[in-house]
Design a protein around this ligand. Structure first.
Ligand code: NAP
Length: 247
């Protein structure tokens, strides 16, 4: 694939699922990956494997709810590699439940990780990209950024917010030659269903994922497609689902 080799790519939520699969896929195409998440043992194991295959990977322990930690992640990428080409704001969680169950701590957590985490990623990378007059934000929304249904109002609200932020960002960064892509996956097999704490809902979601979820590499290929376009082509939205997914 064109236009991936040598790029410095920062990925939040790289310790599992979509982030991990993307780190593997892009580094196989010659990208340098900078991996952020809280489970540093998982990141280290991933980086060690990538290094063994001859790829360049850096690990920075990052909780995206802390603005200073996200800044440290991006600063570390620029200090070590001299630039940041792509910022993938991917970290997220999906503790679904109907509003009437009043899982207010989980609402706050989704707002903190899924929205504020993305904002902190933008805040950390934008000054560098502005200066470089080049860069690419890839923000992870969801089918739930396009559809709302009973049981996932708050998750859907956070993922709608990611799309709104990305569209605003897209319009504002035109003068700096920065690209913006929102990727909205349907059901992809990752650890995401583990974030559901209500047992009845967790069961239902796990069953749904077991039946139809597609491999995480589907997401990595979508990211690679957007990245690999010529620099004057800005792929703004990618929405994909398992072929069998109805909603
Ligand atoms: N899988 C799907 O079907 C699907 C569909 C649509 C959208 N998405 C979105 O895709 C993104 C990735 O999810 P996934 O499916 O790959 O699930 P996952 O396997 O559970 O991965 C979630 C990642 O986010 C990280 N994370 C969670 N809280 C964090 C925090 N406070 N600070 C830093 N990292 C944090 C986790 O790392 P640590 O726990 O190590 O910090 C983990 O690496 C999420 O935004 C999710 O909403 C997924």
């Amino acid at each position: 694939m064109e236009n991936i080799q040598g790029k410095v790519v920062v990925i939040t939520g790289a310790s599992s699922g979509l982030g991990e699969a993307t780190a593997r896929f892009l580094s196989a195409q010659g990208a340098t990956v900078v991996l952020g998440a809280r489970r540093v043992d998982r990141l280290q194991a991933l980086a060690t494997g990538l290094n063994r295959d001859g790829a360049e990977a850096l690990v920075v322990t990052t909780d995206v709810t802390h603005r200073d930690q996200v800044k440290k992640l991006v600063d570390a990428a620029v200090q070590k590699y001299g630039r940041i080409d792509v910022m993938i704001n991917n970290a997220g969680l999906m503790p679904q439940s109907p509003l009437e169950r009043l899982k207010i701590d989980e609402w706050n957590r989704m707002i903190d990780v899924n929205i504020k985490g993305v904002l902190y990623g933008i805040a950390a990378a934008l000054p560098y990209m502005k200066q470089q007059k080049a860069g690419h934000f890839i923000n992870v929304s969801s089918v739930a950024g396009h559809k709302v249904g009973p049981g996932f109002a708050v998750y859907a609200a956070t993922k709608h917010a990611v799309r709104a932020l990305s569209e605003g960002l897209r319009q504002e960064v035109k003068p700096y030659n920065i690209r913006t892509t929102v990727v909205s996956p349907g059901a992809v097999a990752t650890e995401l269903p583990n974030s559901v704490t209500e047992p009845d809902i967790a069961d239902r979601i796990q069953k749904f994922y077991d039946e139809i979820a597609i491999p995480a590499e589907s997401f990595a290929r979508a990211v690679a497609f957007a990245m690999s376009q010529p620099e004057d082509v800005d792929v703004n939205e990618i929405l994909f689902r398992p072929t069998r997914q109805e909603l």
